[in-house]
Design a protein around this ligand. Structure first.
Ligand code: SF4
Ligand code: SF4
Length: 105
């Protein structure tokens, strides 16, 4: 079990209130708003933390560059993928890679 799997397992055992607090903290620290792919629609909708929450909801549809690999949280939680706003969460991309052998990283 790697760092990301362990983190997700730990989070799954927390209460809904604790999960909400962790997510709020992650969103507040997420550097997505400084990324070239991030747009006004996402800003207005206060979207962030796509690595956990998954694709942008009708705001970001094209990848114009991704700051995720340089994000401190990306390293801290042992994430392997990027462009979560258009490709789906870390968990979804891991699953897709397992099933379909996707080479996107
Ligand atoms: S997930 Fe990556 S590409 Fe999408 S807004 Fe965040 S830093 Fe930019
Ligand atoms: S890895 Fe990407 S989506 Fe996740 S917190 Fe960092 S910048 Fe935001």
């Amino acid at each position: 079990m790697d760092t990301f799997d362990k983190m997700m397992k730990d989070v799954a055992q927390k209460s809904e209130k604790e999960k909400a607090a962790l997510l709020a903290d992650l969103k507040s620290k997420c550097p997505c708003p400084g990324c070239p792919s991030y747009n006004n629609c996402a800003k207005t909708a206060q979207e962030a933390a796509f690595c956990i929450l998954g694709n942008s909801f009708m705001c970001i549809s094209s990848d114009k560059g991704c700051n995720c690999p340089g994000c401190p949280l990306h390293g801290q939680y042992g994430m392997k993928y990027k462009s979560y706003c258009t490709r789906g969460s870390e968990m979804a991309q891991r699953y897709a890679n397992t099933i379909w052998g996707s080479s996107l990283k």
